[in-house]
Design a protein around this ligand. Structure first.
Ligand code: CIR
Length: 259
Protein backbone atom coordinates (compact mmCIF):
# COMPACT_ATOMS: atom_id res chain seq x y z
CA UNK A 1 0.00 0.00 0.00
CA UNK A 2 1.19 3.52 -0.74
CA UNK A 3 1.59 6.45 1.64
CA UNK A 4 -1.70 7.24 3.40
CA UNK A 5 -1.32 10.97 2.75
CA UNK A 6 0.59 11.44 -0.53
CA UNK A 7 -2.56 12.76 -2.15
CA UNK A 8 -2.77 14.28 -5.62
CA UNK A 9 -6.55 14.81 -5.87
CA UNK A 10 -9.48 15.79 -3.71
CA UNK A 11 -13.22 15.82 -4.30
CA UNK A 12 -15.24 18.36 -2.31
CA UNK A 13 -18.80 19.66 -2.43
CA UNK A 14 -19.74 23.28 -1.83
CA UNK A 15 -22.13 23.79 1.09
CA UNK A 16 -25.72 24.54 0.11
CA UNK A 17 -27.92 26.98 2.06
CA UNK A 18 -29.41 23.94 3.74
CA UNK A 19 -26.02 23.05 5.27
CA UNK A 20 -26.94 25.13 8.33
CA UNK A 21 -29.54 22.41 9.06
CA UNK A 22 -26.89 19.68 9.07
CA UNK A 23 -27.22 16.86 11.60
CA UNK A 24 -25.91 17.53 15.10
CA UNK A 25 -26.09 15.26 18.10
CA UNK A 26 -26.60 17.86 20.80
CA UNK A 27 -29.34 19.95 19.17
CA UNK A 28 -27.17 23.09 19.36
CA UNK A 29 -27.60 26.28 17.30
CA UNK A 30 -27.25 26.45 13.52
CA UNK A 31 -23.88 27.53 12.13
CA UNK A 32 -23.65 30.81 10.26
CA UNK A 33 -23.96 30.11 6.52
CA UNK A 34 -21.34 32.64 5.39
CA UNK A 35 -18.94 31.47 8.08
CA UNK A 36 -19.43 27.91 6.89
CA UNK A 37 -18.73 28.91 3.30
CA UNK A 38 -15.59 30.78 4.40
CA UNK A 39 -14.33 27.73 6.29
CA UNK A 40 -14.97 25.52 3.27
CA UNK A 41 -13.21 27.98 0.96
CA UNK A 42 -10.18 28.23 3.24
CA UNK A 43 -9.98 24.44 3.32
CA UNK A 44 -10.15 24.08 -0.47
CA UNK A 45 -7.58 26.86 -0.92
CA UNK A 46 -5.24 25.07 1.47
CA UNK A 47 -5.54 21.74 -0.34
CA UNK A 48 -4.73 23.53 -3.61
CA UNK A 49 -1.81 25.35 -2.06
CA UNK A 50 -0.46 22.00 -0.89
CA UNK A 51 -0.45 20.86 -4.51
CA UNK A 52 -3.70 18.88 -4.85
CA UNK A 53 -6.06 19.27 -7.77
CA UNK A 54 -9.45 19.85 -6.15
CA UNK A 55 -12.78 19.33 -7.87
CA UNK A 56 -15.71 21.09 -6.23
CA UNK A 57 -19.13 19.60 -6.85
CA UNK A 58 -22.36 21.63 -6.89
CA UNK A 59 -24.23 22.02 -3.58
CA UNK A 60 -27.10 19.60 -2.89
CA UNK A 61 -29.88 21.48 -1.15
CA UNK A 62 -31.83 18.29 -0.42
CA UNK A 63 -28.89 16.93 1.56
CA UNK A 64 -27.67 19.40 4.20
CA UNK A 65 -24.61 17.29 5.09
CA UNK A 66 -23.50 16.62 1.52
CA UNK A 67 -20.48 18.91 1.88
CA UNK A 68 -18.96 16.14 4.00
CA UNK A 69 -17.96 14.04 1.00
CA UNK A 70 -15.68 11.86 3.12
CA UNK A 71 -18.64 9.96 4.55
CA UNK A 72 -20.15 8.57 1.35
CA UNK A 73 -17.16 6.91 -0.32
CA UNK A 74 -13.63 5.70 0.13
CA UNK A 75 -11.00 6.56 -2.46
CA UNK A 76 -7.57 5.19 -3.34
CA UNK A 77 -5.36 5.92 -6.31
CA UNK A 78 -6.43 2.66 -7.96
CA UNK A 79 -10.11 2.45 -7.05
CA UNK A 80 -13.02 3.70 -4.99
CA UNK A 81 -15.82 2.24 -2.90
CA UNK A 82 -19.32 3.70 -2.57
CA UNK A 83 -20.38 3.37 1.07
CA UNK A 84 -23.75 3.13 2.83
CA UNK A 85 -23.92 6.06 5.29
CA UNK A 86 -25.54 5.14 8.58
CA UNK A 87 -27.72 8.25 8.90
CA UNK A 88 -30.93 7.78 6.91
CA UNK A 89 -30.97 11.44 5.91
CA UNK A 90 -27.58 11.00 4.19
CA UNK A 91 -28.25 7.78 2.25
CA UNK A 92 -29.27 9.66 -0.91
CA UNK A 93 -25.92 11.46 -1.12
CA UNK A 94 -24.26 8.34 -2.48
CA UNK A 95 -25.98 8.48 -5.90
CA UNK A 96 -24.67 12.02 -6.34
CA UNK A 97 -21.04 11.00 -5.88
CA UNK A 98 -21.20 7.98 -8.20
CA UNK A 99 -20.58 9.77 -11.52
CA UNK A 100 -17.84 12.09 -10.22
CA UNK A 101 -16.01 9.09 -8.79
CA UNK A 102 -16.45 7.04 -11.97
CA UNK A 103 -14.89 9.93 -13.89
CA UNK A 104 -11.72 9.59 -11.84
CA UNK A 105 -11.54 5.88 -11.00
CA UNK A 106 -11.59 2.88 -13.32
CA UNK A 107 -12.81 0.61 -10.53
CA UNK A 108 -15.73 1.75 -8.40
CA UNK A 109 -16.95 -0.94 -6.00
CA UNK A 110 -20.11 -0.56 -4.00
CA UNK A 111 -21.54 -1.66 -0.68
CA UNK A 112 -24.93 -3.30 -1.12
CA UNK A 113 -25.90 -3.80 2.51
CA UNK A 114 -27.65 -4.61 4.70
CA UNK A 115 -24.95 -3.03 6.87
CA UNK A 116 -23.78 0.57 7.00
CA UNK A 117 -20.42 2.33 7.00
CA UNK A 118 -19.50 6.04 7.08
CA UNK A 119 -16.18 7.24 5.70
CA UNK A 120 -15.59 9.18 8.92
CA UNK A 121 -15.11 5.81 10.60
CA UNK A 122 -12.30 4.72 8.32
CA UNK A 123 -8.71 5.53 9.19
CA UNK A 124 -6.21 4.79 6.48
CA UNK A 125 -2.72 3.70 7.56
CA UNK A 126 0.31 2.76 5.46
CA UNK A 127 -0.32 -1.00 5.59
CA UNK A 128 -4.08 -1.31 6.29
CA UNK A 129 -7.21 0.58 7.18
CA UNK A 130 -9.00 0.59 10.52
CA UNK A 131 -12.81 0.59 10.40
CA UNK A 132 -14.35 1.92 13.62
CA UNK A 133 -17.72 0.61 14.71
CA UNK A 134 -19.95 3.54 15.71
CA UNK A 135 -23.55 4.70 15.70
CA UNK A 136 -23.08 5.06 11.90
CA UNK A 137 -21.00 1.98 11.09
CA UNK A 138 -22.26 -1.43 12.15
CA UNK A 139 -20.50 -4.78 12.12
CA UNK A 140 -22.29 -6.02 8.99
CA UNK A 141 -21.23 -2.84 7.19
CA UNK A 142 -17.67 -3.05 8.45
CA UNK A 143 -17.41 -6.69 7.34
CA UNK A 144 -18.81 -6.00 3.88
CA UNK A 145 -16.44 -3.07 3.53
CA UNK A 146 -13.49 -5.22 4.65
CA UNK A 147 -14.33 -7.69 1.85
CA UNK A 148 -14.48 -4.91 -0.74
CA UNK A 149 -11.18 -3.52 0.53
CA UNK A 150 -9.64 -6.97 0.13
CA UNK A 151 -10.70 -6.82 -3.54
CA UNK A 152 -8.70 -3.61 -3.82
CA UNK A 153 -5.73 -5.29 -2.13
CA UNK A 154 -6.12 -3.53 1.20
CA UNK A 155 -6.34 -5.21 4.59
CA UNK A 156 -8.89 -3.97 7.11
CA UNK A 157 -9.17 -4.30 10.87
CA UNK A 158 -12.31 -3.54 12.84
CA UNK A 159 -12.13 -1.40 16.00
CA UNK A 160 -14.51 0.12 18.52
CA UNK A 161 -15.30 3.83 18.65
CA UNK A 162 -15.79 5.12 22.23
CA UNK A 163 -19.43 5.86 23.14
CA UNK A 164 -20.45 9.45 22.45
CA UNK A 165 -17.82 9.92 19.71
CA UNK A 166 -19.58 10.42 16.36
CA UNK A 167 -17.00 8.84 14.10
CA UNK A 168 -13.77 6.92 14.71
CA UNK A 169 -11.82 9.80 13.14
CA UNK A 170 -13.65 12.35 15.28
CA UNK A 171 -11.31 10.95 17.92
CA UNK A 172 -8.07 10.38 16.04
CA UNK A 173 -5.98 11.25 13.00
CA UNK A 174 -2.59 10.54 11.48
CA UNK A 175 0.40 12.68 12.41
CA UNK A 176 2.62 10.53 10.19
CA UNK A 177 2.53 6.94 9.03
CA UNK A 178 3.68 5.62 12.41
CA UNK A 179 2.06 8.17 14.74
CA UNK A 180 -1.56 8.81 15.69
CA UNK A 181 -3.08 11.77 17.51
CA UNK A 182 -5.97 10.44 19.62
CA UNK A 183 -8.36 11.51 22.34
CA UNK A 184 -7.60 9.74 25.64
CA UNK A 185 -10.64 7.45 25.24
CA UNK A 186 -9.14 6.05 22.01
CA UNK A 187 -5.47 6.09 22.99
CA UNK A 188 -5.45 2.45 24.08
CA UNK A 189 -7.29 1.18 21.00
CA UNK A 190 -5.83 -2.32 20.43
CA UNK A 191 -5.60 -1.69 16.67
CA UNK A 192 -3.03 1.07 17.35
CA UNK A 193 -0.58 -1.50 18.78
CA UNK A 194 2.87 -0.97 17.27
CA UNK A 195 2.17 2.69 16.47
CA UNK A 196 3.04 5.68 18.61
CA UNK A 197 -0.09 7.28 20.05
CA UNK A 198 0.04 10.93 21.09
CA UNK A 199 -2.85 12.13 23.25
CA UNK A 200 -4.69 15.36 22.61
CA UNK A 201 -3.78 17.99 25.25
CA UNK A 202 -6.38 18.37 28.05
CA UNK A 203 -9.40 20.34 26.85
CA UNK A 204 -8.40 19.98 23.19
CA UNK A 205 -10.13 16.67 22.38
CA UNK A 206 -11.91 18.20 19.34
CA UNK A 207 -8.46 18.83 17.84
CA UNK A 208 -8.06 15.07 17.22
CA UNK A 209 -9.67 15.26 13.78
CA UNK A 210 -6.48 16.44 12.11
CA UNK A 211 -5.82 15.83 8.45
CA UNK A 212 -2.37 14.99 7.17
CA UNK A 213 -1.92 16.09 3.54
CA UNK A 214 1.53 15.43 2.08
CA UNK A 215 4.02 17.06 4.50
CA UNK A 216 1.49 19.21 6.33
CA UNK A 217 -1.02 18.54 9.11
CA UNK A 218 -4.24 20.58 9.03
CA UNK A 219 -5.52 21.37 12.54
CA UNK A 220 -8.45 23.44 13.82
CA UNK A 221 -7.14 26.94 14.53
CA UNK A 222 -8.52 27.08 18.07
CA UNK A 223 -6.28 24.31 19.40
CA UNK A 224 -3.09 26.12 20.29
CA UNK A 225 -1.68 23.47 22.64
CA UNK A 226 -2.09 20.89 19.89
CA UNK A 227 -0.33 23.18 17.37
CA UNK A 228 2.55 23.69 19.79
CA UNK A 229 2.82 19.97 20.48
CA UNK A 230 2.89 19.07 16.76
CA UNK A 231 5.28 21.91 15.91
CA UNK A 232 7.63 20.69 18.66
CA UNK A 233 7.72 17.34 16.86
CA UNK A 234 8.92 19.12 13.71
CA UNK A 235 5.57 18.84 11.94
CA UNK A 236 4.44 21.51 9.49
CA UNK A 237 1.10 22.64 10.96
CA UNK A 238 -1.59 24.54 9.06
CA UNK A 239 -4.29 25.99 11.36
CA UNK A 240 -7.73 26.27 9.74
CA UNK A 241 -11.00 27.72 11.04
CA UNK A 242 -13.55 25.04 12.04
CA UNK A 243 -15.89 26.86 14.45
CA UNK A 244 -18.91 26.78 12.13
CA UNK A 245 -18.57 23.22 10.86
CA UNK A 246 -18.11 22.15 14.49
CA UNK A 247 -21.74 23.26 15.06
CA UNK A 248 -22.78 20.38 12.83
CA UNK A 249 -20.37 17.86 14.35
CA UNK A 250 -17.78 18.04 11.59
CA UNK A 251 -14.03 18.51 11.41
CA UNK A 252 -11.30 18.76 8.81
CA UNK A 253 -11.19 15.27 7.35
CA UNK A 254 -14.94 15.29 6.58
CA UNK A 255 -14.82 17.94 3.86
CA UNK A 256 -12.98 15.97 1.18
CA UNK A 257 -12.37 12.66 -0.45
CA UNK A 258 -8.68 12.31 -1.18
CA UNK A 259 -6.48 10.01 -3.25
C1 CIR B 1 -23.25 14.19 10.23
O1 CIR B 1 -23.74 14.08 11.37
O2 CIR B 1 -23.26 13.27 9.43
C2 CIR B 1 -22.65 15.52 9.84
N1 CIR B 1 -23.37 16.58 10.48
C3 CIR B 1 -21.20 15.58 10.24
C4 CIR B 1 -20.36 14.62 9.47
C5 CIR B 1 -18.95 14.62 9.92
N2 CIR B 1 -18.19 13.76 9.11
C6 CIR B 1 -17.07 13.14 9.52
O3 CIR B 1 -16.71 13.21 10.69
N3 CIR B 1 -16.43 12.40 8.62
Amino acid sequence: MTSPYAFAHALCRAPGRSAVKGIRADGGPDPDFYGLVAEHEAYVATLRELGLSVEILEPLEDFPDALFTEDVALTFSDGAILLRPGAEARAGEVEHIRAPLAAHHKRVLEMTGPGFADGGDILRLADRVIIGLSARTDRAGAEELADLLADLGTRAEIAETPPGVLHFKTGCGLIDDRTILAVPALATCPQFKGLEVVRTPPGEEPAANILRVRDTVLVGDRWSATHAMLAARGIEVRPLPTDQIAHIDAGLSCMSLRW
